[in-house]
Design a protein around this ligand. Structure first.
Ligand code: C2O
Ligand code: CU
Length: 462
């Protein structure tokens, strides 16, 4: 028998062989599997049939992952769908190879195949994971879940609730409408649903007691809907946005909205008395369910706590150095009622008419669809300032992978750290960040139909 090189190494130097054995053992025995697959879920009220969804481990939302800051997350994605998929860990300052972007950081995982995700969680906060292939349909059918990274010290609260907001487009038979990626949705505001459910539950009600303090971790998993939120019977503070603690808690105002992909951590005190209403209100008039209610069942304590202290900051939350920034322009163009002369598409300057023929309605930074070359290459540690002039009439939820940024506010002040910025129609959003995380990072609209029809770019950090 002729030994191949690996067998020779194994025979002659056992120590070289050991790491491979260790790897194989962890893969076979140790790694927890997560499987996206078709399932049924009672989404609509009980007098309707169950809805056929796609869920991680068959659940909507997928299983909550809750891990202590500084630990690693390891999961084997086993694709139980009949189309390729991947998982993106939204908002995590992640190792680029684990970012889950087919065509940029990994190959899409074929039906029946597996991919191992294994990465560190450097920052505490409210994050989420979701499919990142055919996202309009895969996320729209329910492929998402919460990823909670806990702070070292528990907070002084009475209860915590993770609330994943989504709107689903249901037909009369309570089944999901199959018009995924319809050109009218893609070229307008994206795929809006007609049925709002929180944690895939209609009319979610969470019993509370007066004077209790709750931590609400809000995640907007919708394809395109911006949720306006307000509190009734509750008094609340925003303590973190997109996972990152605010320097000081901010009272929840009337104009508080959550765009697709965004998260907010609230601390709320129940001020309503037993029998009074307490709601997290959403103002959508066309929605079948418009609120999460908190029925007050009694009194937790005689009086309320004092206003909350800030959460402990995550590492790397210091302000970027604005003295030496590279300024870049990344215009947002196109859409219905918009103007788009031409854009780069598949490496060539293409007229709008031909772009529409190819199902592309938007351009980001002069390109429609994921370009072969990055929008910008940054040296590690370089500070980038990106100006996104929204020349369209629609709002966009601009998400950067792998790193948080700060919004440059009017007057030059810097906003809180975020990973997704809402830019209103015909407004300009500007972000600044230190490019510290090496790799290829997507930047795209989280209105998923917009990303699928053009609004996607990437930057490289070397
Ligand atoms: Cu949550 Cu590329 O997205
Ligand atoms: Cu958009």
């Amino acid at each position: 028998m002729k030994l191949n090189r690996r067998q020779m190494l194994a025979g002659s130097a056992a120590s070289l062989w050991l790491p491979r054995l260790a790897e194989a053992a962890a893969g076979a025995g140790g790694m927890q599997v997560i499987e996206p697959r078709a399932a049924e879920h009672q989404l609509a009220p009980s007098d309707y049939p169950a809805t056929r969804i796609w869920g991680y481990d068959g659940m909507a939302p997928g299983p909550e992952m809750r891990i202590a800051q500084g630990e690693r997350l390891t999961r084997r994605l086993r694709n139980g769908l009949d189309q390729p998929t991947s998982i993106h860990w939204h908002g995590i300052r992640i190792d680029n190879a684990m970012d889950g972007v087919p065509g940029l950081t990994q190959e899409a995982v074929a039906p029946g195949a597996s991919f191992d995700y294994d990465f560190a969680l450097p920052d505490a906060g409210t994050y989420w994971y979701h499919a990142h292939a055919q996202s309009v349909e895969q996320v729209g059918r329910g492929l998402y879940g919460a990823l909670i990274v806990t702070e070292p010290e528990p907070l002084d609260i009475d209860a915590e609730h993770v609330l994943i907001l989504d709107d689903w487009r249901l037909q009369d038979d309570a089944q999901l409408a199959g018009d995924w990626g319809a050109p009218h949705d893609n070229s307008h505001g994206g795929r809006m649903g007609n049925f709002i459910a929180t944690n895939a539950t209609f009319d979610l009600a969470l019993p509370v007691e007066q004077n209790a303090r709750l931590r609400l971790r809000l995640i907007n998993a919708a394809n395109a809907r911006i949720f306006p939120l307000a509190l009734k019977g509750l008094e609340g503070w925003i303590v973190a946005l997109d996972g990152m603690p605010l320097a000081s808690p901010e009272a929840v105002g009337e104009d508080f909205v959550l765009g697709p992909g965004q998260r907010a951590d609230l601390l709320v005190d129940v001020v309503a008395e037993e029998g009074e209403e307490a709601y997290l209100v959403r103002f959508d008039r066309d929605a079948a369910a418009a609120q999460v209610s908190f029925p007050v069942t009694g009194r937790a304590a005689l009086s309320r706590r004092p206003a909350p202290a800030p959460l402990p900051p995550n590492p790397g939350q210091e302000l970027p150095d604005l003295a030496s920034v590279r300024a870049l322009d990344m215009p947002i163009e196109g859409g219905a009622m918009g103007r788009l002369g031409s854009a780069m598409y598949e490496g060539a300057e293409t007229q709008f008419r031909d772009l529409v023929g190819a199902g592309q309605f938007w351009a980001l930074g002069g390109a429609a669809g994921l370009p072969k070359t990055p929008f910008a290459s940054a040296a590690r540690g370089e500070t980038l300032r990106i100006r996104m002039e929204n020349q369209t009439v629609f709002p966009h939820a601009m998400h950067l992978h792998g790193m948080h940024f700060r919004e440059v506010l009017s007057g030059g002040a810097l906003g809180p750290m975020r990973d997704t910025l809402l830019v209103a129609g015909q407004e300009t959003g500007e972000i600044v960040f230190e490019a510290r995380n090496p790799g290829k990072w997507l930047i795209h609209c989280h209105m998923l139909g917009h990303a699928a029809s053009g609004m996607v770019q990437w930057i490289e950090v070397t």
